[in-house]
Design a protein around this ligand. Structure first.
Ligand SMILES: [Zn+2]
Length: 249
């Protein structure tokens, strides 16, 4: 049973208790707590509240790199160059509507041993308000677009903004995708100083963890170089997720 269902049952029982006691203030308080728990469950993907996501690879001894929001016509190839230079593998969670015209980048990812995953078709700000069938369409359309570009049907999915809810849980269940979260959030789309980002993530780099970066950010290559250097100096392997998780159908 999901934590969401446990919370619903708990709320229902608490509500019945409040009504039995005819305590209006307590009813309001219980309702507010329930709404707060639902909201926190939506925003903190690591709670695994509505569905389970993979936030680390406990059976590995490596760090895993992930890049979201691409492909970017200029920056993604620079990231790929850096990964190739150091023979490191990464997972790219691509936005469906960015693939047309950039198919060569996805083909290069696959040819160089990286993994391509789904990051919805539109990555809309309003994605989390969509009904289940629309979310399902976003996932399937991106899956088909990646298949058109690479010949592979991806099964790894990263929810946009890391926000989850019951509609997304159902859409993922219907599309049989595996949700991938993260252990280390770089906030590289928010923090504009690469030095600050590097200072933030470097102490967190360790085995089993998943690092979230964006190949759409100009600082991506500089941060990646720093991560690779840190891993090399501390004998920390950068892992290939394909060795641990089924990534294609
Ligand atoms: Zn994103």
């Amino acid at each position: 049973m999901s934590k969401y269902n446990i919370a619903r049952i708990t709320f229902l029982l608490a509500l019945i208790g409040c009504l039995y006691l005819q305590n209006f203030s307590l009813t309001i308080a219980v309702t507010l707590v329930f709404v707060g728990v639902l909201s926190a469950g939506a925003f903190f993907i690591r709670w695994n509240f509505y569905h389970t996501s993979m936030h680390c690879l406990s059976n590995s001894s490596a760090l895993f790199l992930t890049f979201d929001d691409g492909p970017h016509p200029q920056l993604t190839s620079l990231v790929l160059d850096m990964l190739k230079k150091h023979q490191c593998k990464a997972t790219f969670f691509c936005i469906g509507n960015k693939i047309k015209g950039n198919e060569h980048l996805l083909q290069r990812m696959v040819a160089e041993g990286h993994t391509v995953g789904i990051h919805t078709w539109s990555h809309s700000y309003w994605f989390d308000l969509l009904p289940t069938y629309k979310m399902k369409q976003e996932i399937v359309a991106t899956q088909l677009e990646i298949q058109r570009a690479t010949g592979l049907v991806p099964t790894l999915f990263r929810p946009p903004y890391g926000v989850t809810n019951p509609m997304l849980a159902r859409a993922m269940k219907y599309t049989h995708v595996t949700s991938i979260g993260w252990t280390i959030r770089s906030l590289d789309t928010v923090i504009k100083s690469s030095e600050k980002i590097i200072a933030k993530i470097t102490p967190q780099l360790s085995a089993k963890r998943i690092l979230l970066l964006h190949d759409t950010q100009p600082c991506a290559v500089e941060i990646l170089q720093s991560v690779i250097n840190t891993c090399a100096s501390s004998n920390l392997l950068i892992g290939d997720i394909q060795q641990y998780v089924k990534c294609y159908r």
